[in-house]
Design a protein around this ligand. Structure first.
Ligand code: SAM
Length: 212
């Protein structure tokens, strides 16, 4: 998986000063280097752009890397709502989105994402694109919460679904979240309201269309 991803990035990824600055800043702040891979980020931009989504929800902001990728897809007339546990991460992400030119188009809701999702549902908010990239044990809960506030035809993307390849390789030492990802992938694949596939880019992304 590492070799293939290295190859994809060497051929298709060009230098990106804004995103590289975000990665440096994350490191300087002593945060974990767990942003999406550059090729996953590029795919997020393309999926938002191709789908025409204008009202995007992200679960897990970290330093704003994926937030910038999502915002690039909707351009000047979209909105990003981003759910993040840590107040300080949301502040850093907001500063990066602002530097990238999207400060007025992003709203961070801090605290437990499941609680924020409940509140969004109570407020009757709806979204046309979702990106799930937070605590793995809640992925299935996030999926169901996203479906309940999705517009018909919305897209749901989730990251890390291959768990470094361990979901498919019994010979590899499983990661802490391997079993969660296996269960999540099966739930996505079998969900009656979703049409889905799994792309082996970065650490693997499920991509689903919601048919309500
Ligand atoms: N999507 C980000 C990117 O690519 O730039 C990376 C997100 S990082 C993998 C996961 C994030 O989820 C962390 O910032 C973490 O603080 C946040 N998180 C973990 N558990 C959470 C929870 N229960 N509710 C909300 N956010 C949570």
């Amino acid at each position: 998986m590492k070799k293939i991803n290295g190859y994809i990035e060497s051929v298709f990824q060009s230098q990106d000063a804004i995103l590289e600055e975000v990665l440096r800043s994350i490191e300087e702040h002593g945060m974990q280097p767990i942003s999406v891979s550059p090729s996953s980020g590029k795919l997020l931009t393309m999926l938002v752009s191709l789908s025409g989504a204008k009202n995007v929800l992200e679960i897990g902001a970290l330093g704003g890397y994926s937030g910038i990728c999502l915002a690039r897809g909707f351009g000047s007339d979209g909105k990003l709502t981003s759910l993040e546990l840590m107040e300080s991460y949301a502040e850093l992400a907001k500063s990066h989105l602002t530097k990238a030119g999207y400060g007025d188009q992003v709203n961070y809701l801090t605290g437990l994402a499941l609680e924020s999702l409940d509140q969004l549902a109570r407020d009757n908010k709806h979204f046309d694109f979702f990106f799930i990239d937070a605590d793995k044990e809640n992925y299935e809960n996030y999926l169901n919460a996203c479906i309940s506030i999705a517009e018909n035809g919305a897209i749901i993307v989730a990251d890390n679904v291959l768990a470094g390849g361990t979901v498919a390789d019994e010979d590899q030492q499983p990661k802490l979240y391997t079993e969660h990802m296996r269960k999540f992938n099966e739930a996505v694949a079998k969900h009656p309201l979703l049409e889905s596939t799994l792309l082996p880019i970065g650490d693997g992304l499920t991509v689903s269309i919601v048919n309500k």
